[in-house]
Ligand binder design. Sequence first.
Ligand code: OGA
Ligand code: MN
Length: 303
Amino acid sequence: MITVNQLHPLFFGEIVGADLKAEPTEDLRQAVQDAMDKHIVCVVRQGPITDEEHIRFARLFGPLEYPPNYGKRPAGRIAPELFSAGNLDPDGNIKPLTPANANIAKGAERFHADSSFNPLPSKWSMLRGVECPPSEVGGDTLFLDLRAAYDDLPQAMKDRVDGMTGIHDFWRGRQYAGLEVTEEMKAAMPMPPVHHPLVREAPLGRKALFVGGHCVGVVGMSDDEGHAFVEELYAHVTQPKYIHRHQWTVGDIVIWDNRFALHAATPLETDQYRRDMRRATLNESGEEGDTYEFRRRQAEAAH
Ligand code: OGA
Ligand code: MN
């Protein structure tokens, strides 16, 4: 029997009673889909599972988006389809707290939607806690509800943003956040900007204000004007009343809908604890592939 509890006044479901080690059933898929339609972020509480069980569960809901450079990296400690989000290197050792590593980690501490810099924005992310440090030393994850933030906009602002198009740019987003971005970094990972609607339709007749760390401007505005405008919206959606803090228990899988919720990492300012977090990422539709593969296919289709 699967039950769902709501852990925040606005959103965030807790799914209890799912067994992801067993062959998934249609009842399981439907229960998770219904919980996600309602809550947009849910934690599935259950014990440790394997990467293969994680991937099998994720594929019930759409095609996987692979980590960048899928297939070009040496085989590592985790399945190549999963994105590594903790503090471990490919060999499983704790990454030292160097300024360069801290600079990479800081990007995720700004509220964002995963992969909104891709031509296809991602649908869901499913992050699994494999090794979780005690909450006192950091490593909680924050989530917020973009539907509630949209609902609370004054009508005049709703009228203004409806129909606007946001510009999502991975490197400019990091620059605006005050992080180091060099020409070498850009050359190693070219990420031209993409467009997504500023207001998205959510399930159950709702709408969501689609901003976040990678959204740097608005089509039709100057860079400065667009940046100032999306910063104003970012300040609105990140008010504490929209935020839920998740403290991890080993085995948790937190599923978030990147179209209607933002999330942010909290700092782990110690290298004394292992944090092994593995993420399956899904697209709405299309073939499985990584971000470069999607950009290559998009360029081909444009010819
Ligand atoms: C992610 C992410 C935050 C965290 O996996 O996409 O932003 O707390 N993770 O690990
Ligand atoms: Mn993320």
